[in-house]
Design a protein around this ligand. Structure first.
Ligand SMILES: [Zn+2]
Ligand SMILES: [Zn+2]
Length: 332
């Protein structure tokens, strides 16, 4: 046991020594070279710089025997062989490309054929969306494929074809089927209103023919009524016109009432503010707005709680005095 271990240690050391010996040899060789150069220079030796392109061959031409001689025929044969190989590669690539193109075209044609047949079988447009959902496509994408704009993945296309084969078409929507026939008979029977308008137009043209400015016809609201013919050929029911004018009048009245109220409010804000200021200044008179007199003298009364127009107040006081005098005179 010990012997084997000892052997191993020795062999590792030997390996180390070899490497060490090699390094030593290289170093001594380098040192030797350096010493030689130093000696050479010390003994008056000179170095010589060689020009660029220096060669020991005559005229710098490498003799034929040294260069590799290739005959023209050999070179041509080699080039020909390379060209043949390249040609074969090109043809192969082209064939593969053509095959791919053909397969592409074939599937596009197949898509158009299968999908157009599917679409012609559809009674309900929502069936197309249903097929797209089953195949996992957006309906718009499948539509593009059906028109040959997009080629579907080959495996996926096989799947779609299977789905189409076993597809259960739903029926036409009933609501749409019923709607159409009901529309036409309605149009054929003229309504009471269109008949009335027709009679009105006839009465109007009759009045124009006779040079009359009014005529009797049927109004939608009033029944038989007087119609007025205007200069421009426009007609209107006279009772309806009167009612319209009346409504306009009332509207205008309300407008006036509203503005009266607004003015009253404005006067109140103006007067009450001025009255407050006047009172604070310890005064009794200010220029306020009176409904009857306009901007005029106002007097604060009732301990500062009230104010009134001086002129109107005098007038009403005189009126009261007169009334009292007349009444007491009557009773006396
Ligand atoms: Zn009317
Ligand atoms: Zn007044």
């Amino acid at each position: 046991m010990n012997e084997i271990l000892q052997q191993r240690i020795e062999s590792v050391q030997a390996g180390k020594n070899i490497t060490h010996a090699q390094i030593e040899a290289k170093r001594s060789l380098r040192e030797q070279l350096e010493r030689d150069v130093e000696n050479f220079l010390a003994e008056g030796g000179e170095t010589q710089v060689l020009p660029i392109g220096f060669t020991h061959f005559k005229d710098g031409v490498i003799p034929q025997s040294k260069a590799q001689a290739i005959s023209n025929k050999e070179r041509l044969d080699r080039e020909k062989a390379i060209e043949l190989k390249n040609q074969a590669i090109r043809e192969y690539k082209l064939a593969v490309k053509e095959q791919k193109k053909q397969r592409y075209e074939a599937q596009i044609q197949d898509q158009i054929a299968v999908m157009s047949k599917f679409e012609s079988n559809l009674q309900n447009k929502s069936d197309f969306k249903r097929l797209a959902a089953m195949a996992g496509y957006h309906p718009q994408y499948l539509k593009g494929a059906a028109k040959g704009r997009t080629k579907l993945n080959a495996a996926k296309w096989d799947q779609v074809k299977k789905l189409v084969k076993s597809f259960e078409y739903s029926e036409k929507r009933i609501a749409k089927a019923i709607k159409k026939p009901t529309k036409n008979p309605k149009r054929k029977v003229p309504s009471a209103e269109s008949l009335r308008l027709k009679r009105l137009a006839e009465a109007k043209s009759e009045a124009i023919k006779n040079g009359e400015k009014s005529f009797i016809a049927e109004c939608k609201k009033c029944g038989p009524a007087k119609f007025i013919l205007q200069a421009g050929g426009k007609v209107f029911c006279y009772p309806c016109h009167l009612a319209h004018v009346e409504r306009l009048k009332q509207k205008r009245m309300t407008k006036e009432q509203v503005s009266t109220l607004e003015q009253k409010r404005k006067r109140f804000t103006y007067n009450s503010e001025l009255a407050e200021q006047t009172k604070l200044q310890g005064l009794r008179y200010f220029n306020g707005l009176c409904e009857k007199c306009g901007l005029t003298e106002f007097r604060i009364v009732g301990g500062g709680r009230k104010y009134h127009c001086v002129h109107c107040s005098k007038a009403s006081a005189q009126k009261y005095k007169k009334w009292k005098r007349e009444n007491t005179g009557a009773t006396a």
